[in-house]
Design a protein around this ligand. Structure first.
Ligand code: FAD
Ligand code: NAD
Length: 396
């Protein structure tokens, strides 16, 4: 009898945890597991703001997939998924033959949400992948390198659109990077402008006010300009134009204004809201018992407030860990448990030595929060490859 085929799309936090869980539990004859990812490596999205600012090299934020999966149990295909045919239970790839599945796990992450704002897709940068952060750093450095000859202020002005967690963490890294970058290009530090523009009436909307105030005070003391209640309405390539018409000239515009689900989900005809699927308590797509959606492409409701949990690596990891176990139970005909998110808290870095956060209900800031953030980054590497990966990446 042929083995059931499990196909996992995306080697992010959710997809990798699913693959690792299945490989650990299942015997060879129980299932055929295939993992598809467009790159040969997994990147640590939670650390991408660092190479985007140039405070660390992008190689620190990635690891080769074949070095962390059990290749005897998981067949890894490096390719781009081009479509999902839910009628024929097939996934189409760019360079390989279509893949048939009995069970499909969709963990393709998110895409930038630009809300149709004119010029953003064409002119702004996004903190999304190794390639995108490499482009940001190199572009920014090139702009700085031109300043001595052209003396245009926009060359050394960086606009960050959106002051959510991604925006704030990126601005924190920029603050750390600027003294070195200015020395490199002989630019007085006080001439550089970092402008963080937020539509909502506060930075980090919805987060603890005391910690938000701490972050703003710290970043302002390092020269960051915040513009709140100021939605960006247009991005031209030389500037952004905000509500009311003010134009802020900047050669580097990084958009961190929000995320949506993956378009492949919409195109597949799976019920969704902006590419995100409201999954059931077993993480299944509505009406499809054999399709599981995890990570940023999924939407899990926090029953206490009747609103979705924010898409995070934390929930993606737990979903992957859960699905690894529950797919094994499904294959073996065992009773299924439901998925419960265990929210441990949120920490945002503000550069290397500063951070703010709430962990298990307790507030932290400064060095302690920064240390806790580092511990969460290390935990992810440990889950992926144990102590040997931590050593290999020079993190211990
Ligand atoms: P991802 O980790 O995004 O992985 C998706 C994978 O699918 C990628 O490898 C991608 O290349 C692949 N893929 C996509 N499309 C295709 C295709 N068509 N074909 C083949 N492969 C494809 N969350 C936290 O909990 N804590 C944090 O501290 C934190 N910090 C963050 C910092 C930054 C700068 C950012 C941007 C996000 C941060 N987040 C954090 C959010 C977190 O990174 C995401 O929620 C998490 O990465 C989602 O995981 P995922 O498994 O859904 O997808
Ligand atoms: P987000 O949706 O959390 O924040 C986007 C921000 O952009 C919001 O504050 C929004 O008001 C603002 N915005 C939207 N339109 C705008 C406009 N036209 N002009 C100006 N501002 C505008 O998005 P994010 O920060 O990319 O985060 C995405 C997800 O990743 C979230 O769930 C977040 O919790 C998670 N994340 C977590 C961490 C962490 O835990 N340390 C770090 C980064 C991201």
């Amino acid at each position: 009898m042929s083995r059931p085929k499990i196909v996992i799309l995306g080697a992010g936090y959710g997809g990798l945890m699913t693959a690792k869980g299945l490989a650990k539990e299942l015997n060879y004859n129980e299932a055929e597991i295939t993992l598809v990812n467009q790159n040969s490596y997994h990147y640590f999205t939670t650390e991408l703001h660092k190479p985007a600012a140039g405070t660390s090299h992008h190689d620190h934020a990635r690891v080769s997939i074949s070095s962390i999966i059990n290749k005897r149990k998981v067949n890894f295909i490096q390719d781009r998924v081009t479509s999902i045919d839910i009628e024929k239970k097939t996934v189409h790839l760019d360079q390989h033959d279509p893949l048939a599945y009995d069970y499909l796990v969709v963990g393709l992450g998110s895409a930038p949400e630009t809300f149709g704002i004119e010029g953003l897709l064409e002119n702004a940068f996004f903190i999304r992948s190794i390639n995108s952060v490499r482009m940001i750093r190199e572009h920014m450095e090139y702009m700085f390198s031109r300043y001595q000859t052209e003396k245009k202020e926009e060359l050394i002005t960086i606009v960050v659109g959106g002051a959510g967690f991604t925006g704030i963490e990126y601005v924190g890294e920029l603050v750390d990077r600027m003294p070195e970058l200015c020395r490199e290009y002989d630019i007085p530090l006080e001439k550089v402008r970092i402008v963080n523009i937020e539509a909502a009436p506060t930075v980090l909307p919805g987060f603890d006010q005391e910690l938000v105030d701490y972050a703003v005070k710290y970043l302002e003391s390092k020269g960051v300009e915040f513009k709140i209640s100021t939605p960006i309405e247009k991005c031209t390539g030389e500037s952004v134009i905000v509500k009311g018409g003010e134009e802020i000239r900047a050669s580097t515009v990084v958009w961190t204004g929000g995320v949506r689900g993956n378009r492949l989900i919409e195109e597949a005809g799976i019920e969704n809201m902006r590419g995100r699927v409201k999954v059931d308590q077993y993480l299944r797509a509505p009406g499809h018992d054999n399709i599981f959606v995890i990570g940023d492409s999924s939407l899990v409701i926090n029953e206490e407030i009747n609103r979705p949990y924010p898409p995070t690596a934390q929930i993606s990891t737990q979903q992957g860990q859960y699905l690894g176990r529950s797919l094994v139970a499904t294959l073996r005909g065992n009773e299924l448990k439901t998925f419960q998110f265990d929210n441990k808290g949120t920490i945002a870095s503000l550069g290397k030595k500063e951070a703010i956060g709430i962990v298990w209900g307790k507030k932290y800031y400064g060095w302690t929060a920064s240390w806790l953030k580092r511990a969460t980054d290390l935990r992810w590497l440990f889950l992926l490859g144990g102590v040997s990966l931590l050593l290999r990446k020079g993190r211990l």
